[in-house]
Design a protein around this ligand. Sequence first.
Ligand SMILES: *[C@@H]1O[C@H](CO)[C@@H](O)[C@H](O)[C@H]1NC(C)=O
Ligand SMILES: *[C@@H]1O[C@H](CO)[C@@H](O)[C@H](O)[C@H]1NC(C)=O
Ligand SMILES: *[C@@H]1O[C@H](CO)[C@@H](O)[C@H](O)[C@H]1NC(C)=O
Ligand SMILES: *[C@@H]1O[C@H](CO)[C@@H](O)[C@H](O)[C@H]1NC(C)=O
Length: 398
Amino acid sequence: MGMGSITIVQKISFFLFLLACIKNVSSQPVVFNVMNFGAKADGKTDDAKVILRAWTQACRSVAQSTVLIPHGTYLAGPILMNGPCKNKITFQLDGTVKAPSDMFGKTDWVLFKYINGLTVSGNGTFDGQGALAWSQNQCSKKEKGGKCTFPISLRLNFVTDATITGISSIDSKIAHMNIFASNNIKLQNIKISAPAKSLNTNGIHISASGGVHISDSAIATGDDCVSIITGSKNVQITGVTCGPGHGISIGSMGKSKQFETVAGVTVKNCTFTDTDNGVRIKTWPAGSAGSVSNLTFEDIIMDNVKNPIVIDQEYCPYKLCNKQAPSRIKISDVAFKNIRGTSATKEVLTLKCGMPCEGVELSDINLRYNGTDGPATSICSNVNLILARNVFPPTCTI
Ligand SMILES: *[C@@H]1O[C@H](CO)[C@@H](O)[C@H](O)[C@H]1NC(C)=O
Ligand SMILES: *[C@@H]1O[C@H](CO)[C@@H](O)[C@H](O)[C@H]1NC(C)=O
Ligand SMILES: *[C@@H]1O[C@H](CO)[C@@H](O)[C@H](O)[C@H]1NC(C)=O
Ligand SMILES: *[C@@H]1O[C@H](CO)[C@@H](O)[C@H](O)[C@H]1NC(C)=O
């Protein structure tokens, strides 16, 4: 057979081969394994620059890409991963990335910024190695110059359409995760842990972000399990266990000079164990104006929780405020439904509103306290209840 005469069969197979290549490019992400970029993974050499080189290449890839951190232990200083990227990008964490223990003065450790279409997955761990930071933490004396600048372990800034799944965050120096100016973010099956006494180690802190859904995750830490502050809307938290920790909080709000707002938060099918609070809204007195509206706390179990249900419009930690003037944050449309279990103090239900709170519903609340200084108490001030059905302990009237 001469060179010029390619058979029809050959033509067809070549065409099929081309098709297969095109299909591969569009469906299989290109993998950028940090080991191929020279990562040491010895737990001693700083691999941050290597991880960043892999990220930079992946981010420039026209095809979808994956940065792979395989099993192993990596020491890494700040990993600041900026977009925008050319296509969707996955950060696959199967190893353990450890922060240097001393990073005082830095605000970021692992940062994703300006990215549209991000997945962070794997069964690996971000280990903040926070013990030194907790011992240095002087955030309670911040106003007087106390040491309080430590890097948050994982930050999403200006990210849209992201899924964070499978990974763990342990022993952060300050907050574990921070979601800022981001939209449509899913966090699923993640594990967060730090000791109960580790200072300011919030689990997931959300600000200025919309469409955040946290599901099926376990958070055990030294501060709020989830905190949601101004500019956030449409946040859903389902299937989360919290404890130890300070509970799930809206706020604190009203400390800045700007108008502050949170709208649309659902906390459903969650369990709190040995926490300082359960579900809480906290606003500073004598602060800025704003609003908190459309919140539902539903199907919740409290197990030995110090203050299971709290609205505190006189929030004033470290006694740094003027309690004379009321909070200027307006709270409305808040439903507490089917919340049961045990309280570790007799202050079971505390609704201390300012303006007052409008449209508050309480239904099927059963919270028991059996300590010797009992019985369980509830406080209601300035609350405009629109429903109170099956509430124990008996609460303020409509
Ligand atoms: C973690 O994920 C990797 C890659 O998918 C897998 O090979 C490994 O077995 C997993 N390890 C555990 C402990 O699940
Ligand atoms: C409630 O949350 C738990 C995790 O704490 C989960 O296993 C369970 O499937 C959830 N139930 C529903 C009805 O979503
Ligand atoms: C209330 O918040 C939920 C999210 O928690 C949202 O889905 C719903 O649209 C909001 N309703 C209104 C009237 O804004
Ligand atoms: C209630 O009392 C039992 C013992 O009578 C004790 O084990 C339990 O911890 C108590 N629960 C609370 C919430 O105080």
